[in-house]
Design a binder for this molecule. Structure first.
Ligand code: COA
Length: 285
């Protein structure tokens, strides 16, 4: 889940496992979370000022470039510097012309605390809802806002949800919001549908992502299970800490996280009563 790195060269680095202790960020100071307002917009309703705020949130809070990024992408991606995106690129890459996109955001006491972009397309008569970006302000993390944003994104007509992310918390939130929990994710479903769904995407970086891991290649012995090579060389220190922590807590199904790669999560919605929109659909478990 990333701004496109169009100039990315293909560079092979041997996977460097981060030797990291499980660590969950502690909520260091009490925060007044009293007034949370979630808003949902169609892509066509997203204004320039909303995109400006989204660009600032992303550029200040998404993460920093990793150690190999500059070699692969160019000097702008200096290790340790913030990954940034302009409002122009947000519109071009997350709300492309002719696509069906949504934007949700949450303010806490009037300040933008998190947001998410999603794109919908149809593949084999099924509506795919793909979360293309999710970011929560660092001060407001681990308070359920990512879960809340993903809950807002859901439409009754969605058949399949997808997301690529290097952050295990994004996968945990999506698995819970769109399904039951990360433990009920079906790898066989991902194996069967990933290729056709992603190649049909109007979002270029989803379309171009290279499927990796033992789900797609039983010979893969690198520890990857359900992954994509997106050439997004973001620093993985925080996601790796979260991964170590998640592994202590749950039976983590998506495997290792390698530099330049992201986890791939795809969930199918099970509907017993298609004609009754009163009960909320849950992902197949
Ligand atoms: C990933 C991100 C959006 C999560 O936002 P958040 O609001 O903190 O997430 P939530 O509070 O809704 O938590 C979702 C789940 O992840 C867990 N989680 C959140 N942060 C965690 C961490 N650092 N370590 C371990 N687990 C974590 C939560 O406990 C929760 O799981 P649970 O329901 O089983 O308890 C946020 O960390 C972020 O913006 N990261 C930087 C950008 C990024 O990587 N985005 C995702 C890829 S596009």
């Amino acid at each position: 889940m990333r701004p496109s790195t169009a100039s990315a060269k293909s560079v092979a680095f041997s996977p460097q496992p981060y030797n990291i202790e499980p660590r969950r960020r502690t909520q260091s100071r009490p925060l007044n979370m009293e007034k949370q307002v979630f808003e949902k917009y169609d892509g066509s309703q997203v204004t320039e000022s909303m995109l400006q705020e989204a660009s600032e949130l992303f550029s200040d809070h998404y993460g920093v470039w990793g150690e190999h990024a500059a070699k692969v992408l160019g000097e702008f991606a200096k290790a340790g510097s913030q990954v940034r995106i302009s409002k122009r690129r947000l519109r071009a890459e997350y709300l492309p012309d002719g696509s069906t996109c949504s934007y949700v955001r949450v303010t806490v006491n009037g300040s933008l605390a998190g947001n998410a972009f999603a794109c919908r397309w149809v593949c084999n008569k099924r509506t795919i809802c793909w979360v293309t970006q999710l970011v929560v302000h660092q001060d407001y993390r681990e308070r359920g806002l990512a879960m809340g944003l993903l809950n807002q994104l859901q439409n009754y007509d969605d058949d399949i949800y997808g997301l690529m992310s290097s952050h295990p918390a994004a996968c945990l939130a999506a698995a819970k919001a769109f399904g039951n929990s990360i433990n009920t994710v079906r790898l066989d479903f991902i194996k069967e549908h990933a290729e056709e769904i992603m190649r049909a995407s109007p979002i270029q970086y989803v379309k171009d992502a290279k499927l990796c891991g033992s789900v797609f290649d039983p010979e893969d012995a690198n520890g990857l299970v359900s992954s994509v090579d997106t050439g997004f060389w973001i620093d993985h220190t925080e996601p790796s800490e979260a991964l170590a922590w998640a592994r202590d807590m749950v039976d983590w199904p998506l495997g290792e996280l390698h530099d330049g790669h992201e986890f791939l999560l795809i969930l199918g919605v099970r509907r017993r009563f298609r004609s009754r929109p009163t009960s909320r659909p849950k992902a197949v478990s």
